[in-house]
Design a protein around this ligand. Structure first.
Ligand code: DX5
Ligand code: ZN
Length: 220
C-alpha cells in the first residue's frame, strides 16, 4: 500500500493535491500529528482531519507524535481516523493504548524511532495491527533516509513473522523513487511518501510512478 504523507503538501491546495494522489493510486492517507513536545515541530490536529474525512473515502492513518496520546485518541477516531499509531518511546502502557484504539474501532499501530532497539516493540507487535518503522527521526518531511533502516526492516519482518504474521509493516521517512523498490523488497507492506510525492510537479503522475515501482518490486 502507498500512503502519501500530506505534511509535505501545499496546504493552500491540499484538497486538490490529495485528489491527485488518489487519482494516481494512493491506498491510504498518512496524517502526521506533532505537538512541539514529543517532536520539535507542530502540525495540524483532529479538526483538519475531520474536514478531510468529509471529502475523502480512503482510510486515514494518523501518526501521533504527541505526548499523552491516550487523551487525544478518541478525538482522532471521532474525527474519522481509521488507523492510529503511537510511539513506543513515550508510552509506558503501550498495551493499554493499543487496546483503547481497537476498542474505539480503529486499527492500532506501534511506532519505533531509528535509535530504539527493535526488542522494545516485540511484545507490542503481538497486539498491534501494524508496526511503523521510522526511517528518519520524526518531526519533519524531506529528511534523508537512514540507510541502516533496510537492515532493521529485514530484522523486523522476522520478528513480525514469528510474533504476529497479521501485523502489517509500515515504513516512514525519506522514501522516494530511488529507494522505494529496496524497502518493498526488504518487507514493508505500507510505504509512506511525503516529499517524494508532494514536491513533484505532477503529483498524480508521480504517485502512479511510485505505485508501479512498488508493484514491480513485489512481482520480482
Ligand atoms: C516525519 C513524518 C513523515 C514525513 C515523511 O516525522 O512522520 O510522515 O512526513 O516525509 P518524507 O517522505 O518527505 O520523509
Ligand atoms: Zn509519519
Amino acid at each position: 500500500m502507498l500512503a502519501p504523507s500530506i505534511l509535505a503538501g501545499d496546504w493552500w491546495n491540499i484538497g486538490q493535491q490529495i485528489e491527485a494522489t488518489i487519482g494516481g493510486g494512493a491506498d491510504i492517507l498518512h496524517y502526521d500529528v506533532m505537538d512541539g513536545h514529543f517532536v520539535p515541530n507542530i502540525t495540524a490536529g483532529y479538526e483538519l482531519l475531520a474536514h478531510i474525512r468529509k471529502r475523502v473515502s480512503l482510510p486515514i492513518d494518523a501518526h501521533l507524535m504527541i505526548e499523552n496520546p491516550d487523551k487525544y485518541i478518541p478525538k482522532f477516531i471521532e474525527a474519522g481516523a481509521n488507523w492510529i499509531s503511537v510511539h513506543i518511546e513515550n508510552n509506558y502502557h503501550i498495551h493499554r493504548t493499543l487496546q483503547l484504539i481497537k476498542e474505539l474501532g480503529a486499527k492500532a499501530g506501534v511506532v519505533i524511532n531509528p535509535g530504539t532497539s527493535l526488542s522494545a516493540i516485540e511484545e507490542a507487535i503481538y497486539y498491534a495491527d501494524y508496526v511503523l518503522l521510522m526511517s528518519v527521526n520524526p518531526g519533519f518531511s524531506g529528511q534523508k533516509f537512514i540507510e541502516r533502516s533496510i537492515e532493521r526492516l529485514i530484522a523486523l519482518k522476522d520478528i513480525r513473522d514469528r510474533i504476529n504474521p497479521y501485523c502489517l509493516i509500515e515504513i516512514d521517512g525519506g522514501i522516494k523513487e530511488s529507494n522505494i523498490t529496496d524497502v518493498v523488497k526488504a518487507g514493508a507492506d505500507v510505504i509512506v511518501v511525503g516529499s517524494g510525492i508532494f514536491k513533484a510537479k505532477d503529483i498524480e503522475a508521480q504517485t502512479r510512478k511510485l505505485k508501479s515501482l512498488m508493484l514491480q518490486a513485489v512481482s520480482i
